[in-house]
Ligand binder design. Structure first.
Ligand code: GCW
Length: 681
């Protein structure tokens, strides 16, 4: 018996500190939630559920402002709030909120105010987080609004409930039983997302199935949209570009063909007739076998604009992915997205966002940021992070991705001089874009704990928190997540946040140190496979990426090689051009270097350094496992046991990675293991 992880970070167990319970109860002696929308019902339910759990007593709901009350509302739902004339609300838009300790109509209260009920819901979850993490509620003066407009999860869920790159069970969408049969899980999904500010969900896989757009399935989509609306969550769909042919009976899907334009216009009208706040379309086109405008000799801009024009009258957007690469193109894979999209800057209609993976190859444990960020002043670039861990050990390895997201977002593109971070490109502030977005490929499924591993719930969490505010530090986010999900116990908090904060670098070390990439097992991408070669496509093999030989290892992307560095702004392109000035963690990404190359930070030669890192990575997993085991008495038994079992797997597999890679690369380096290292097992 114990916490099975279903409740995520919204656990709401009784706080352990009696004194704070007393104080909170006094500060929230009654609750007045103004308004009577579906969203205000959600707010009341959440407060009732949360506070009766956290404070051990059902809160008192009232219909007027009382002394020491918690008051929640908007200027239109509450005269008290309207009369208070809060100047802060002016700049907060539809999603921002304030939380203030103040006198309202002569009574001291804690106020959550926003311009909309959804803003008030976000404020409610913020306040609950303060209580869950045992922060004082005195003299509050919180003003929040999201930095990015579109904050969406991307589900790579197929209509048969298989989840592409999903490692936590089946799809949570039961298409068969929808629209009539729904699960509590759908509501809990909405609560979890709203609690971290996620305001959209793309329900289906980017490798899309055209049937999603048939009336039969739109009934089901509509049911989910209705369910999510009160939580401020819009639904979006991935579409197949050839839908006019596949389900529309047309002979072509050419974006410039008038019958095709009409088909999309009609289809979009049909969707909005059911779902007036439908979010829009996500599109993977001319990539990995998906159809696209290229099939008709048209550009990505012509394809995206076709859909954008159909959606524009209804306020919908197109998220058009830049993950395009083709073996046939005579250009190295990491360069292709930039080559394809940079020349199209300025050609996309206003409601198109280009969705770009953080790295130029594909969600690797470490990549440099994609040079497309910063390269298109006229086109909003959306960030696409992977929350599911396709290349990072599925759902058995403990890897907190917050630090990886932070590294990407805080990278300086130098597009408009120093300080032009990727975050400022993505939030639209660098180029004054009128819309901005960020997407995370979901890691959730039907597993009881949603993500297959309790600690990996934190990746869903940190994605949402950073999407809301990329200036938060991922250490602070880890801290609050641990408190909410595991415990407020100081030893637990400091130990687990330490594990989380180091976990990604540890994984990079035992998988792909020093800038190595894409050397995982073929197809499934699990476990080591540096030996993978002779596939139909060279750019799906490992040997293509590490290029190990007797002469050395690494991919020369400098001017002496494929020169992908030219896609970056100065001074990055000059820095990356030379091994000496390339950050060590990206060394073999940009350079092919001899085995005796001296690694600056340690003075070791490249071979020794590589071996050291593999060994260090594996040893650090053992250390992490010990750290976890030191918490056995402080943790819930079930949570403890689940993570402990997963760490056992991770420990074995870190060694598997280490031994496989070291032994394999040794066949090229033909050097002994450095002194002090045991022979690989
Ligand atoms: O990372 C690769 C995956 C594919 C995925 C593709 C993409 C949805 O291996 O499974 O397909 O990227 O992002 O489109």
């Amino acid at each position: 018996d114990g916490e099975d992880g279903y409740r995520l970070w919204l656990k709401y167990d009784l706080l352990s500190d009696q004194q704070s319970i007393k104080t909170y109860r006094k500060q929230i002696s009654s609750i007045y939630v103004a308004g009577d929308s579906a969203t205000t019902t959600v707010i009341r339910d959440e407060l009732s559920h949360a506070l009766s759990g956290l404070l051990g007593k059902q809160p008192k709901f009232v219909e007027a402002v009382g002394k020491h009350a918690l008051v929640v509302g908007t200027p239109s739902s509450s005269a008290d709030i309207r009369n208070a004339d809060l100047s802060e609300l002016k700049g907060l838009g539809k999603e921002g909120f304030v939380i203030k300790s103040l006198e309202l109509s002569g009574k001291p209260v804690t106020l959550i105010a926003a311009n909309t009920d959804v803003g008030a819901l976000y404020g409610t979850f913020h306040l609950l987080r303060l209580i869950q993490t045992e922060q004082p509620l005195r003299e509050l003066e919180i003003v929040e609004k999201p930095k990015i407009d579109v904050r969406v999860l991307n589900h790579w869920d197929d209509m048969d409930r298989h989840v592409e790159r999903g490692f936590a069970g089946e799809s949570i969408w039961d298409w068969h039983k929808l629209p009539d049969y729904t699960y509590p899980r759908y509501y809990d999904y909405a609560r979890a997302n709203a609690s971290i500010g996620i305001n959209g969900t793309v329900l289906n896989n980017v490798n899309a199935n055209a049937i999603t757009l048939t009336p039969h399935y739109l009934d089901k989509v509509e049911a989910l949209a209705d369910l999510f609306r009160p939580y401020g969550i819009k639904v979006y769909l991935s579409i197949k570009f050839s839908s006019p042919q596949l389900i529309g009976g047309l002979k072509t899907s050419d974006p410039l063909d008038p019958t095709v334009k009409q088909w999309w216009k009609d289809k979009v009208e049909e969707i909005y007739a059911r779902i007036p706040d439908f979010g829009g379309f996500l599109v993977k086109a001319n990539s990995e076998g998906q159809p696209g405008p290229g099939d008709f000799g048209r550009t990505h801009a012509e394809g995206a604009n076709l859909l954008a024009d159909a959606l524009a009258p209804h306020g919908g957007v197109v998220m058009w992915r830049a993950f395009v690469y083709a073996n046939e193109k005579n250009e190295e894979r990491s360069k292709q997205a930039y080559s394809e999209f940079k020349p199209l800057d300025g050609k996309f209609h206003d409601n198109v966002l280009i969705q770009v993976k953080n790295g130029p190859i594909d969600f690797q444990p470490r990549e440099p940021f994609s040079p497309l960020f910063g390269a298109t002043p006229k086109t909003p670039m959306m960030m696409e992070f992977q929350i599911t861990m396709e290349y990072l050990g599925f759902s058995t390895h403990l890897v907190y991705l917050g630090t990886m997201y932070e590294e990407a977002l805080q990278s300086d593109t130098y597009a408009k001089g120093k300080g032009s971070t990727v975050a400022k490109v993505v939030d639209g502030s660098l180029f004054n874009n009128h819309i901005s977005g960020i997407a995370g490929v979901s890691n959730i499924g039907t597993d009881r704990n949603w993500t297959g591993h309790i600690i990996l719930q934190s990746n869903w969490y940190v994605f949402g928190r950073l999407a809301w505010d990329h200036e938060l530090t991922t250490a602070d986010i880890a801290d609050e997540w641990v408190r909410m999900t595991l415990s407020n116990d100081e030893k637990v908090v400091s130990t687990v946040t330490d594990m989380m904060m180091r976990s990604r670098e540890i994984t990079v070390n035992y998988m792909t140190p020093l800038g190595l990439h894409h050397i995982m097992g073929v197809g499934h991408h699990y476990g080591p496979g540096p030996w993978v070669k002779d596939l139909g496509r060279e750019d799906w093999t490992s040997v293509y990426y590490h290029k190990a030989g007797k002469d050395g290892i690494g991919f020369d992307r400098s001017p002496t090689g494929v020169n992908s560095v030219e896609q970056y702004f100065s001074p990055l392109k000059e820095e990356y051009a030379k091994a000496e000035t390339t950050p060590e963690e990206l060394l073999l990404w940009f350079h092919h270097l001899p085995w005796d190359y001296t690694v600056k930070s340690t003075g070791r030669d490249l071979w020794d350094e590589l071996v050291h890192r593999y060994y260090q990575g594996a040893a650090d997993v053992t250390a992490m496992h010990n750290q976890w085991q030191s918490l056995q008495d402080e943790l819930d038994p079930l949570q403890y046991h689940q993570v402990d079992m997963a760490l056992t797997i991770q420990e074995k597999e870190a060694r598997w990675w280490r031994d496989a890679c070291v032994t394999y690369f040794q066949t090229f380096s033909q050097r002994p293991l450095p002194k002090g290292f045991e022979k690989p097992e």
